[in-house]
Design a protein around this ligand. Sequence first.
Ligand SMILES: [Zn+2]
Length: 232
Amino acid sequence: MEEFKNDMLTEKDPRYMAVKEVVHHLIECNKDIPGISEINWIIHVVDSPDINAFVLPNGQVFIFTGLLNSVTDIHQLSFLLGHEIAHAVLEHAFIFDRPYSRTLEAEADKIGLQLAAKACVDVRASSVFWQQMEFAESLHGLPKLPQWLSTHPSHGNRAEHLDRLIPQALKIRETCNCPPLSGPDPRLLFKLSMKNFLEEAKKEDLNITVKPKMDTLPIQNEKQIPLTCIVE
Ligand SMILES: [Zn+2]
């Protein structure tokens, strides 16, 4: 990928090392999967605000710093890298600059979730990532293409698809003797954060839909929300 050559983070960059650690952990925990140990995985972290990641069939994983800045925890990152590893293992033909078809994306989400579960990742975080993306997109007021116009699944549809797969992935996680998941479900925390954020926004400015300035999601404040607020 010549075009990214000048924008690669060095192997000493902490962001590169974090990605490397996650990829190695996923591979180590999934050595039994045909294909995983045969591939020579090479990681490239591209310094670019694009929220993007892709993998070449030869095992070269490209992840952009824009994506690293969009995840809120290591579990989300692990799932996304599991998804990329799944594309390579499933030998999905790579068409550069064009999104995969919906079927291939759904397949990579399913297998990626299983790879993450075997690595003891909190797989519930997977759908939260896509909910965050959908929320951020709606805040920034980007025009939403109807799904039929694009081969790419919408963020909301991806989150729903993952939510259907999460129970099975949690069972896989259990059979791998992973430590039990402690703390509340990240999906619930996200819901509460959003509720809180929208209520605050309503108080401050009723016109939040035309207020596109919002660089970070209020996830970091989740601990301040008393859990007694749960009404759903
Ligand atoms: Zn994909």
